[in-house]
Design a protein. Structure first.
Length: 147
C-alpha cells in the first residue's frame, strides 16, 4: 500500500513538472507580480502626464482575473501588451506635458506683467502725449500782476 502511494505521488509530481515545462510562455507568480508592478508604474506615469488611463486599468484588471482563473498565458500577454503600449506612448506624453506646462507658465507670466507694465507705461504715455500736444504753446508774461 505504501509503495502504491509513493508511486502515485511520484507520478503526480512528474506530471506536474512536465506540464509546467511544456508551456514556456507561462510565468511564475513572482514574475507576473513584477510585470504587473512595472505596468502599474507605467500607468501611474501616464496618469501624471494627463493621459486617460482607464482603458489600461480595465485591461490590467482583465489580466488579473485571467491570472486568478489560472490562464497565465493570456494574463501575461495582456500585461505585456499594456506595458508595450504605454512604454511607446510615455515619451510623447512627457513632451506634450512639458510643452503645455511651458505654455501655461508663459501665459501666467504675461498676465502678471500686464499690471506692472501698465503702472509705468500709462503715466509715461500720458505725459508724452500732453507734452506733444502743447509743445507749440508760447507762454507769455501776465500783465497787470503786481507781484
Amino acid at each position: 500500500m505504501k509503495e502504491k502511494l509513493i508511486l502515485a505521488l511520484l507520478a503526480l509530481v512528474t506530471v506536474g513538472s512536465l506540464t509546467a515545462a511544456a508551456s514556456p510562455t507561462t510565468r511564475s507568480p513572482t514574475e507576473f507580480d513584477a510585470a504587473i508592478g512595472k505596468a502599474l508604474k507605467l500607468v501611474d506615469e501616464a496618469y501624471e502626464y494627463g493621459e486617460n488611463v482607464s482603458p489600461y486599468v480595465s485591461r490590467l484588471n482583465k489580466a488579473i482575473q485571467a491570472y486568478e482563473a489560472g490562464n497565465l498565458t493570456e494574463a501575461s500577454s495582456i500585461v505585456n501588451n499594456v506595458g508595450e503600449n504605454l512604454s511607446s506612448r510615455i515619451p510623447s506624453l512627457r513632451e506634450h506635458y512639458e510643452s503645455m506646462t511651458m505654455r501655461r507658465n508663459l501665459v501666467v507670466a504675461i498676465l502678471l506683467a500686464i499690471p506692472v507694465i501698465s503702472y509705468f507705461l500709462i503715466p509715461y504715455s500720458y505725459y508724452m502725449i500732453w507734452y506733444r500736444l502743447r509743445r507749440d504753446w508760447i507762454v507769455e508774461e501776465a500783465r497787470g500782476n503786481d507781484r
